[in-house]
Ligand binder design. Structure first.
Ligand code: SF4
Length: 698
């Protein structure tokens, strides 16, 4: 077949939350030619190394091609009936909270919507959570505290228009590379200043004007210093503050926090505060270094406080911007695919909201309390409260904190279903039932990126073997559990229309998320849907929020939240003297089930490693490329030492990608304690405590 004769298809990159548009053309040999979509508003044709290598990752690899029950190949009919029967029997015996769904920011919005509807509306439990809990749950909670809803105020165009961009806990150059390219282009075009706030000197510091290598977890202390400095400098905005409450309380807390340690020289703090105070167009872009913390929500609100106090929000070139890690973390928030949320930004704890959703779905049951968030969910699997578990497109046996305990919990669960594209993951190996799912380029649906832009993913390849779309698998189980009408879907377009209609109900409650303008989309309209930023109603499309106030608390005002510094939960000491930071590398994605298939990507960094400061390495007798034994209270790992002053003395860094399959001794998440932010439930993945020693294989 001459693949060059085929037309290109517009779709969206399945990796990070930037949500770049791609143009795809089958190459006639089972692969894809990929280039950036010049018309997509996220990337305007740009791609990073991962996006550019997408075509190398769509081959069969080790795809799961047929359902398996008890390790044996099964018919779909038998596998689905088995899942429906075991879930129904477990619920009948132990109640609806004895089952759970653990899903993923890799799911398309339509998949997510059906999963959430099945669990909350028809099983009657809120025990559905997602690996996005590890990514942005603290931002969701911080937004809701400040704004009344989980609203992202600004857009990517603000990066282009800013005069100062402050990156907090974000290695944008590696983790959201196309946004970093946009930032560098802005710097070239208008001289945008860049400040990086991160304990580690990352690739993002290469282009920065200032790097504040603060102590791990000191973000609240630093932004409290900034709030006080803004007030002292007369840089707060009295006109805008009419749209807010709580400045006095937030300032009192910040002033009381003046002696909280940051690890930074006073002159550097003063220079940062001065730059922020005298620059109107400021974007503060933050990511996992803020969110993945036992004080993640407070960190988010400390940042939001500074933007609200100065009125630098919702106008071109200014505002806070949370960069989501996954391609559809935002879509999952919109459909309510987290244990503490209802669909379409409605609130689980609000009786009128519950009644509206129950009526809309014609649901027999709807929980009135939050379900178990990710870490607690797997604790409940471990202690037997959850007895039937369905894991979709994620690998918690590797990626959750205390990964060894999570792996043991899944192994001991009476019934575990895994839907995935491969049976090769550590989690899939533990499943009683394996369901082959269609991969990124094989299914249709939508995703939402970090700036609220909804984009289509489009099918360009046939799913191999018997693999099926996730919405189809979930709907089939719903029907077999006795809910034929509610899950009688024939296409993702039909699901999208139902979801858009429900968002209109949310709009009637004055919620931010409303895409009811898309509720009447025809199949043809869905097929050709161009990227659009929500809200999409009859009267409004896209834009920014909050330039003139209009917050979603009952009084219409934002809240400045008093917050105070506290150290990370785990304390260093004689047994565990090092602070362990974890994160991504440039060319790998999550547990490498896709990026690991690309030799080009694997050439960047071929094996797991531990970055350690030269002074610490010398004290421990570690030479470059020695193996280091890393021991935490919860597990251990053997990693190749990289000696670098990019990390500070007493701190080490390890990537999170390598798994039991690719590197059995490098399960980094086994080193992370299951300590979580009390509001968001997001684990503290950036501040574990470990001991390090030289590993002698002999
Ligand atoms: Fe894909 Fe993110 Fe790279 Fe864009 S920046 S090409 S969405 S991985």
């Amino acid at each position: 077949m001459d693949g060059t004769a085929l037309p290109e298809t517009r779709s969206t990159c399945p990796y990070c939350g930037v949500g770049c548009g791609v143009l795809l053309r089958p190459d006639g040999q089972g692969g894809l030619d990929v280039r950036g979509d010049p018309d997509h508003p996220s990337n305007f044709g740009r791609l990073c190394s991962k996006g550019a290598a997408l075509g190398e990752t769509v081959g069969l690899g080790e795809r799961l091609l047929t359902p398996k029950v008890g390790g044996k190949t099964a018919q779909w009919d038998d596998a689905l009936q088995n899942v429906a029967d075991r879930f129904r029997d477990t619920i009948a015996t132990h109640g609806p909270d004895s089952v759970a769904l653990y899903v993923s920011g890799q799911l398309l919005t339509e998949d997510y919507y059906v999963a959430n509807k099945l669990m909350k509306g028809f099983i009657g439990s809120a025990n559905i959570d997602t690996n996005s809990r590890l990514c942005m749950a603290s931002s969701v909670a911080g937004h809701k505290r400040a704004f009344g809803t989980d609203t992202v105020p600004g857009t990517y165009e603000d990066i282009d228009a800013a005069d100062l961009v402050v990156l907090v806990g974000s290695n944008l150059a590696w983790c959201h590379p196309v946004l970093y390219q946009r930032l560098l282009a802005a710097r070239k075009a208008r001289g945008t200043r860049i400040v990086v706030i991160d304990p580690r000197r990352t690739a993002s510091c290469d282009g920065a004007d200032m790097h504040l290598a603060l102590d791990p977890g000191a973000d609240v202390a630093l932004f409290n210093r900034l709030l006080v400095a803004l007030d002292d400098a007369g840089a707060t905005d009295p006109d805008y503050l009419r749209h807010t409450t709580g400045l006095a309380e937030a300032l009192a807390a910040a002033r009381a926090d003046a002696a909280a340690p940051t690890g930074l020289p006073e002159a550097q703090i003063a220079a940062f505060c001065d730059l922020f105070a005298r620059t109107e167009r400021v974007v503060t872009l933050y990511s996992q270094g803020v969110n993945q913390s036992t004080r993640g929500v407070d960190k988010v609100n400390a940042i939001l406080n500074c933007h609200l106090a100065t009125g630098r929000i919702g106008r071109p070139g200014m505002g806070p911007l949370s960069a989501t890690g996954q391609p559809n973390a935002m879509g999952g928030r919109e459909v309510g695919g987290l244990a503490n949320m209802l669909a379409c930004h409605l609130d689980l704890e609000h009786a009128d909201h519950r009644a509206a959703v129950r009526e809309f779905w014609q649901a027999p049951a709807l929980p009135d309390a939050a379900g178990l968030k990710a870490v607690d969910m797997f604790r409940a699997v471990g202690d037997g409260r959850i007895r039937a578990l369905w894991i979709i497109h994620t690998n918690p046996a590797v990626s959750l904190p205390e990964a060894d305990a999570v792996r043991d919990a899944i192994a001991g669960c009476p019934f575990t279903v895994v839907s995935d594209i491969t049976a090769r993951t550590d989690t899939a190996r533990l499943a009683d039932v394996l369901l082959p799912a269609a991969a990124w380029a094989e299914k249709d649906g939508t995703v939402t990126n970090s700036d609220r832009t909804i984009s289509r993913q489009r099918r360009v390849l046939d799913a191999p073997g018997e693999a099926r779309a996730d919405w189809d698998i979930l709907a089939e189980v719903g029907r077999r559990m006795g809910h034929a009408r509610a899950f009688d879907y024939s296409s993702p377009a039909e699901i999208f229309r139902e979801y858009a209609t429900l968002s209109g109900v949310a709009g009637q409650f004055g919620r931010d998320f409303d895409i009811s303008g898309l509720a009447d989309l025809t199949d043809a309209g869905y097929a050709t849907l161009a990227p659009c930023r929500w809200p999409v109603t009859q009267t409004r499309q896209g834009g920014r929020f909050f330039a003139e106030g209009g917050f979603f608390h009952p009084d219409g005002k934002a809240r400045l939240i008093p917050v105070t510094w506290a150290p990370p939960a785990a304390r260093t000491g004689p047994r565990f003297p090092f602070r362990l930071n974890t994160g991504r590398v440039r060319d790998q994605w999550h547990t490498m089930t896709r990026t690991g298939l690309s030799p080009r990507l694997s050439a960047h960094l071929a094996e797991p490693f531990l970055d350690i400061h030269p002074a610490d390495a010398a004290r421990l007798g570690l030479a470059p490329s020695d193996l280091a034994r890393v021991t935490a209270p919860t597990g251990g790992a053997i990693l190749r030492a990289r000696i670098t002053d990019a990390v500070q003395p007493g701190q080490v860094f390890a990537p999170m990608h390598w798994t039991g399959e690719t590197a059995p001794s490098a399960r980094t998440c086994a080193l992370i304690p299951a300590a979580c932010d009390p509001m968001s439930g997001q684990p503290e993945s950036k501040a574990a405590v470990v001991a390090v020693s030289r590993f002698d294989a002999a």
